[in-house]
Design a protein around this ligand. Structure first.
Ligand SMILES: [Zn+2]
Ligand SMILES: [Zn+2]
Length: 178
């Protein structure tokens, strides 16, 4: 259906089609004003309201961020400024129930692996432990922690957001809980 060029490479979000942040589309990009065959579906933090109107190429080369003073996510943690810029201004973000945060590890931003539920995280004990640590920090009782962990649903609520460290390979995750 589409004869679009291969998607740009996003080192911090290598498969944005699989995660649902980018999808095939005949929509015109408001930045390059071209129909590129794919459109970005994730959040855009900018003065203007921009919804499903940017192509992946204008995100990758920074032109969308520059032109609309936009960013697509927010880095959590202290990493070099260049990495913060690469993630916040040149990487597709992802949609969450609450304000999204991009996790970091080993002094770099982590790779976003997508929304995840209990089934997806079962083989990633590091990611499960990270969420449990958050719950414990917020004073959840052990029974509540177990209940919450088993209710995590990739396509529902609560859901987890999974990352993988680019340096050491450990999996990280956080979940929304209100
Ligand atoms: Zn564009
Ligand atoms: Zn690491």
């Amino acid at each position: 259906m589409h004869s679009a060029a291969p998607l740009p490479h996003f080192p911090y979000h290598p498969d944005p089609v699989a995660t649902g942040s980018i999808a095939p589309s005949d929509a015109e990009c408001i930045c390059c004003e071209r129909v590129r065959g794919f459109i970005y579906l994730g959040p855009v933090y900018a003065v203007d309201e921009i919804e499903e109107e940017l192509c992946p190429w204008c995100i990758a080369d920074g032109s969308a961020a520059e032109r609309f003073e936009a960013q697509f996510t927010e880095v959590e943690g202290v990493i070099p400024h260049d990495a913060v810029r690469a993630i916040e201004q040149r990487t597709p973000g992802f949609s969450g129930w609450q304000q999204e945060r991009w996790l970091t590890h080993c002094g770099d931003g982590a790779i976003f692996r997508g929304h995840a539920g209990a089934a997806e995280l079962a083989s990633h004990p590091d990611a499960l432990a990270a969420i449990e640590a958050d719950l414990n920090k917020y004073g959840f009782a052990p029974a509540q922690v177990n209940q919450f962990m088993s209710s995590l649903d990739k396509g529902g609520q609560p859901t987890a957001y999974a990352f993988e460290c680019r340096i050491c390979g450990v999996w990280l995750a956080y979940a929304d809980f209100t």
